[in-house]
Design a protein around this ligand. Structure first.
Ligand code: 1CP
Length: 393
């Protein structure tokens, strides 16, 4: 097996100081016994923790109301709005975690990159990044450019109960790079993959440039008090295992290593990643997020098998004691459109599959989530019912 530790990523100097680690520790407000944190440690939580990707946002009328006259990215730099929007679904559904209302392009915008979020479409770049000059010109975000996020997090922590955690997040290298290279949302990520294959040096230069921005965005959130972070490589599932391993994994690994000293759980998630789960686990997250296509017990078993094989083959990334992690997932978001009976049955099925994974020793705990984000047309009451159903078991 290739030694994955010799990658060229220069984020090592971004490892936090003792002072920064101390700042983060005293900023966190959640109790260590909060269900999500207990589940990650493999203890029995007071209830099974649950949150939903994209729980903040489009499905809620109170969100549409507050965002009426404010652009998406503008709202991410208004501390009052980002706090309020983050808290709306937590109040409404009694979620065990708040996910920071932000976007994966926020650190790029903060750093001065010309990017906007176009309604109904997603992030759109003023000029795509496709040349060595463009990569060279790409700024790395400075923490001082993210002060609005820090202030917003303060407002969130003031209101969360101590059994509720705040999850910060960042986009991971492939997903972020795809928006930069394509210039906007893409169906097949063709331009991105073509650059990877035909100009690998340029690809690696872009990854080297992006990784410190991702690390800093995560660090700012953790030092402001985030209790956990999720690294979203949403579109990594468009890659083959071989390409993921060569072009993406070393960077995700370095990013996770750079935030590891804070000792907050790191969740790693992508869509269509059935083939990549073992490799995504090998980059070092505490929790692996699973999309809705693979049953949780099957996914967890795959992760164990893959990590065991990697460890036995001498893969230095995988130590013996880091083999078993918590799993997060994985109700199909479309189930929330299917009526109360189906929601109830399917919530119970996902829990049974997670319990099988834990019983088999393939996971220490389970965080209930969707297999990707809430669909915008979802009835908020169906979401509340799913939370109540899950918590009521
Ligand atoms: O006007 C609006 O309401 C815009 C819709 C919207 C929202 C609510 C966008 C545009 N981003 C967000 C917030 C957001 N984005 C959050 C916080 C809210 C929450 O999760 O509850 C998070 C975690 C993200 C992260 C994000 N943005 C990802 C990774 C997660 C995922 O869903 O896979 C990705 C890929 C993006 C890009 C993006 N931003 C917005 C859209 C519509 C998209 C996807 C576009 C595409 O299909 O490529």
């Amino acid at each position: 097996m290739v030694d994955q530790n010799s990658s060229p990523v220069g984020v090592a100097d971004l490892r936090p100081t003792e002072e920064a680690i101390g700042t983060a520790r005293s900023a966190r407000r959640a109790s260590p016994d909060a269900p999500l944190l207990a589940a990650v440690r493999g203890e029995t939580p007071s209830r099974r923790p649950m949150w939903m990707m994209r729980q903040a946002g489009r499905s809620l009328p109170e969100y549409r109301e507050i965002r009426k006259d404010v652009g998406m990215l503008d709202s991410c730099f208004r501390p009052d709005l980002l706090a309020e929007i983050t808290l709306q679904p937590v109040r409404r559904h009694d979620a065990d975690a708040a996910i920071l209302f932000s976007d994966i392009v926020v650190p790029l915008k903060a750093a001065g990159v010309g990017v906007d979020i176009v309604a109904g479409r997603g992030p759109v770049l003023e000029s795509p990044v496709r040349t060595a000059d463009a990569v060279e010109a790409l700024p790395v975000v400075d923490p001082s450019q993210l002060e609005a996020v820090v202030e917003g997090i303060g407002g969130i922590l003031d209101e969360l109960r101590d059994d509720q955690v705040l999850i910060g997040f960042a986009g991971a290298p492939f997903t972020l790079a795809s928006y930069l290279i394509e210039g906007g949302p893409s169906k097949n990520h063709g331009v991105t993959k073509a650059m990877m294959y035909s100009q690998p040096q340029l690809w690696h230069a872009l990854m080297d440039k992006l990784a410190p921005t991702v690390v800093r965005f995560l660090q700012v959130q953790i030092e402001a008090g985030a209790d956990a972070v999720q690294l979203f490589d949403s579109w990594a599932g468009f890659l083959s295992l071989r390409d993921y391993r060569e072009f993406v994994a070393p960077y995700s690994q370095k990013i996770i290593e750079a935030v590891r000293p804070y000792d907050v759980p790191v969740i790693h998630f992508g869509v269509n990643t059935g083939e990549l789960l073992g490799e995504m686990a090998a980059v070092g997250p505490d929790v692996i997020g699973i999309d809705w296509k693979t049953p949780l017990d099957v996914a967890a078993q795959r992760v164990t098998a893959s990590l065991t094989a990697a460890h036995e083959a001498g893969d230095l990334r995988v130590s013996a004691e880091r083999r078993v992690r918590a799993i997060q997932g994985n109700l199909d978001p479309a189930i929330l459109l299917a009526g109360p009976e189906v929601i109830g049955e399917q919530v119970r099925r996902v829990c049974r599959e997670a319990d099988r994974a834990v019983a088999a020793g393939d996971a220490r705990g389970h965080i209930f989530n969707l297999g990707h984000g809430v669909l915008p047309e979802t009835d908020p009451d169906a979401i509340t019912r799913a939370f109540a159903e899950m918590h009521g078991q």
